[in-house]
Design a protein. Structure first.
Length: 321
């Protein structure tokens, strides 16, 4: 297969679709910062970061004109996708100032299931042969994104812009939801209220507790497992008490599986075991309530259809030829 990475490609001038949606999200959150300026922790730095991201986006657009090829297009889009690692914890800077809603979701979980599935699951199966596969599936989340994106880049380059747009836009829609619906998830909320309250089904409101407390205690599972330690280390670095409802891990991985199915049945089959483990792991490691995972799955289908239509309506002409 000839990749022709540096072969010149015919392309429209201007911003790629994924860059446009990033700038829109950038603008919306910048306006929100200005409204909440007095209440936020470091709003000036957040605005400066956004200005830098916008400036970098236009600089990349200019540099791309000097050498419009597959490789430079990939770099340009990959940089925008890599910024998701900035935009995710950024949601916490907004929702930390709103009253926490975990007591609502934990109470709903208790009412629907008669208890807390996240507690039952991890306590019932602490063994290494259960813990390690689930932690492996959870850790595979970002490699799954990379594999799907790279597959489309290599084999269906004409759809590469659409795929990147759908992924990033779906993430941004989830992030906007997280900003205004502050739910931290069991791994943060249960230690905050104490195991005795959880066991008795008592879920008190904790207000803005997470505005001043962000500690993440070690998760349940086989504590000496390789993948357990990988997940634990990555969470200690990048996790925040935010983004629990709905589960973007379930939602985005479901969108990726739809893309994999539409692109290659072989790719879909290879990813399926990791996808199933990932979905189960969201509850097993207590990152999410079960209702988070369920809503994450169904929201993914709605988002995939809506964002795909958005792309077709806004960007009818292909960027690459």
């Amino acid at each position: 297969m000839a990749l022709d990475l540096f072969k010149r490609v015919e392309t429209r001038k201007g911003l790629f679709a994924v860059e446009k949606i990033t700038l829109i999200y950038n603008l919306l959150t910048s306006i929100l910062i200005l409204f909440l300026f007095q209440e936020m922790d470091h709003p000036a730095q957040m605005l400066a970061d956004r200005a830098m991201i916008a400036g970098m986006t236009f600089l990349l657009m200019y540099l791309y004109r000097l050498a419009p090829c597959k490789f430079s297009a990939f770099i340009r889009i990959a940089i925008q996708m890599s910024l998701l690692s900035y935009w995710y914890p950024d949601t916490f800077e907004f929702n930390r100032i709103f009253p926490n809603l975990d007591h609502v979701f934990a109470s709903a979980e208790q009412w629907i299931f008669g208890g807390q599935p996240a507690v039952w699951f991890s306590l019932r199966f602490p063994q290494m042969w259960v813990s390690e596969p689930f932690n492996m599936g959870y850790f595979f989340y970002y490699p799954m994104i990379l594999l799907v994106v790279v597959w489309y880049f290599l084999y269906r380059f004409e759809l590469f812009e659409k795929v990147s747009f759908v992924i990033v836009t779906a993430f941004f829609i989830y992030y906007l939801f997280y900003i205004f619906v502050p739910v931290a998830g069991p791994q943060f909320y249960f230690p905050a209220i104490g195991n005795d309250n959880v066991a008795q089904g008592i879920f008190p409101s904790i207000g803005d507790y997470f505005n001043h407390n962000q500690e993440l205690l070690p998760g349940l599972g086989y504590e000496h497992g390789f993948f357990y330690n990988l997940v634990e280390s990555s969470q200690q670095v990048g996790e925040r008490p935010t983004a629990a409802f709905p589960s973007s891990h379930v939602g985005m991985s479901t969108i990726l599986m739809i893309m994999a199915w539409r692109g290659s049945r072989c790719l879909f089959a290879c990813l399926l075991p990791f996808y199933l483990l990932l979905c189960g792991a969201t509850v097993y490691i207590q990152a999410h309530y079960l209702i988070d995972a369920i809503v994450g799955f169904f929201s993914a289908i709605v988002l995939y259809v809506a964002v795909t239509r958005m792309f077709k309506r806004w960007f009818a002409q292909p960027m690459f030829r």
